[in-house]
Design a protein around this ligand. Structure first.
Ligand code: GLY
Ligand code: MN
Ligand code: MN
Length: 436
């Protein structure tokens, strides 16, 4: 993503913040994994959205209409010894030259400099309650300014949640963002296809996860966007299964929910397929219902439909399908109104997708479901889960957990499935698996 894209986002935010406001946004801290080892560093999505700056120990400050420069970045200074041990730093010069800051200062100087920058501002915008240490720091700076009232300092009067403003911006994806999301989707498709082709009875779930990770990294994704779910047989019925350490059996299904992250953008795909490459009649029956529900839900993705329309469509198809198979009793309206279908379909049909897999943005505006608009990206992921020993259910259906998930962009006229190249029908899946 080029510098212009980030500059444009900062300008858009500064329009909202306006003269007299100051926006403060810290980088995510490093997180310890165990002694001397941190988790791989992942920038805070909001911070990265505005800066593209990939290092920890940094603070973005935006002061609209400040004559000496509106965009200030506090970051680590260059330090050859530290860089020899821990890796390269942009330094103050890099912050300006490579990341477009008007001015850059050492992060160690924030307590000396930030209160002075806040002094001339009436409103502080910052992500309240996201980083406890930063909350304390901001309150400290506020109190410092209050304490200086007698020398004529007027401390800021308002503190406003920056996150909500930024999250509304992030909900609408630009062409540059969609370009990255399409690339992330393509990597995930390649990984899911590889997993389908390599899968055999007797393998372990972690061996399939290894194939996904291999393909992600081989194609330039440094990490999955979330822990991959690779659940065979009974594990396909555990929605957030991540143990991924059971043997796969010929005759069972395998549910894979995995997506690559690329340049801090997520993809999120689920496919479910037979480990031996051929759906059994019972698996086929349930699969056809989930697929029909997913297609019906995707058809509801268009501007001016509301957030819940795809979910309502999926619920109707699933409820009717389960009634037809005798797994639910009663007429359609009763099964829906009594939530009977939730026994087998207990989650919602999707979520916003973007830099975070469960991306930001409100789902309701006041009391009403939000209307879909061009540029929004959501997942569509209905499922049916029938664990073993399900009472009143024929055992041929036990241990069938099926979810089908695609990433869908709202366009001006309807939708575009970003993950459309991933095989999805029974014929496509069986054909792909037979090839190998
Ligand atoms: N992979 C998490 C989800 O589908 O929501
Ligand atoms: Mn998923
Ligand atoms: Mn999802």
């Amino acid at each position: 993503m080029d510098k212009q894209e980030f500059a444009h986002r900062r300008e858009e935010l500064m329009e909202i913040v306006g003269a007299g406001g100051i926006a403060l946004l810290p980088a995510a801290p490093e997180v310890s994994r165990n002694r001397d080892v941190n988790y791989p560093y992942r920038p805070d999505s909001d911070f990265y959205y505005l800066t593209g700056f990939p290092e920890p120990e940094a603070l973005l400050v935006l002061i609209p209409e400040r004559p000496q420069g509106q965009y200030i970045l506090f970051c680590r200074e260059k330090d050859l010894e530290q860089e020899t041990w821990h890796g390269r730093r942009a330094g103050l010069e890099g912050a300006c030259e490579r990341y477009g800051a008007d001015d850059a200062f050492p992060i160690t100087d924030i307590d000396d400099i930030v209160p002075g920058l806040m002094e001339s501002c009436r409103r502080i915008y910052y992500p309240m309650g996201c980083y406890p240490e930063f909350d304390t720091q901001v309150m400290g700076w506020m109190n410092q300014l209050r304490g200086a009232a007698r020398r004529g300092v007027n401390p800021p009067e308002e503190i406003i949640a920056l996150d909500h403003i930024l999250h509304e911006m992030r909900l609408y994806k630009s062409e540059a963002e969609l370009h990255v999301m399409r690339q992330a989707a393509a990597i995930s498709i390649s990984a899911h296809k590889r997993a389908m082709q390599i899968c055999r009875g007797g393998m372990n779930e972690f061996q399939i996860e290894a194939e996904l990770n291999y393909e992600f990294m081989r194609l330039g994704s440094k990490s999955p966007a979330y822990p991959s779910i690779v659940g065979g047989g009974e594990n396909s019925c555990i929605l957030h299964y991540t143990e991924n350490n059971a043997v796969l059996y010929d005759g069972d299904l395998l549910l894979i929910d995995a997506g690559a992250e690329l340049d801090c953008y997520a993809s999120d795909i689920t496919r479910t397929f037979p480990i031996n490459g051929k759906f059994s009649p019972a698996q086929r029956q349930i699969y056809e219902i989930v697929l029909a529900a997913q297609l019906a839900a995707i058809e509801q993705v268009r501007p001016n439909n509301h957030w819940n329309d795809p979910h309502d469509a999926a619920v109707r198809v699933i409820a009717q399908g389960l009634i037809d198979l005798g797994l639910l009793q009663g007429d359609l309206e009763t099964v829906i109104n009594n939530n009977d279908y939730k026994r087998f379909y207990m989650h919602r049909t999707g979520h916003w997708l973007g830099m975070d897999v469960h991306d930001v943005g409100d789902y309701k505006i006041e009391e009403a479901w939000r209307l879909l608009e061009p540029g929004m990206v959501l997942t569509v992921e209905p499922g049916i889960y029938i664990p073993a020993e399900s009472k009143g259910v024929d055992p041929t259906y036990w241990n069938i957990g099926i979810r089908i998930e695609d990433d869908v962009l709202v366009t001006k006229t309807g939708y575009e499935v970003l993950t459309a190249d991933m095989p999805k029908t029974i014929e496509e899946i069986e054909c792909l698996m037979a090839e190998y």
